[in-house]
Design a protein around this ligand. Structure first.
Ligand SMILES: [Zn+2]
Ligand SMILES: [Zn+2]
Ligand SMILES: [Zn+2]
Length: 121
């Protein structure tokens, strides 16, 4: 369950460690390395639980839908609206909260424009 993008419709597989995450922030929290950016991304639809690949270099409107169940998975990210960063004495937790704060200030961000902002416009 991703707390960064509340309406995440897909999981993405990180090319670097072959693990599944809801977003790059989730990857950052549990990894000691940067997520590797690839043009071909592997997704798992949360609705039909099937996997599919997309080439983000050639991404158009029809690619915003799951090829198996037509679930529209490219959405503006819904991020937590409650106040974050006022509690927590664990330094790791504090780091995460700072990150969350950053996300909150950028509500248009999704798994796509986060990783491919220059390509996705
Ligand atoms: Zn990784
Ligand atoms: Zn996340
Ligand atoms: Zn689907």
């Amino acid at each position: 369950m991703c707390k960064h993008i509340l309406n995440a419709q897909v999981s993405i597989r990180a090319a670097c460690c072959q693990r599944w995450f809801d977003c790059a922030e989730c990857h950052a929290e549990v990894s000691d390395h940067q997520i590797r950016k690839t043009t071909e991304m592997v997704f798992a639809c949360k609705k039909c639980k099937k996997c599919f690949r997309k080439d983000t270099e050639n991404f158009d409107e029809t690619d915003e839908y799951c090829p198996h169940c037509d679930n529209h998975y490219v959405l503006d990210a819904k991020t937590p609206s409650f106040g974050i960063g006022v509690e927590g004495d664990d330094p790791r937790k504090d780091n995460r909260m700072i990150k969350d704060e950053r996300i909150k200030q950028d509500p248009k961000r999704s798994i796509f424009n986060q990783e491919f902002s220059n390509k996705m416009g």
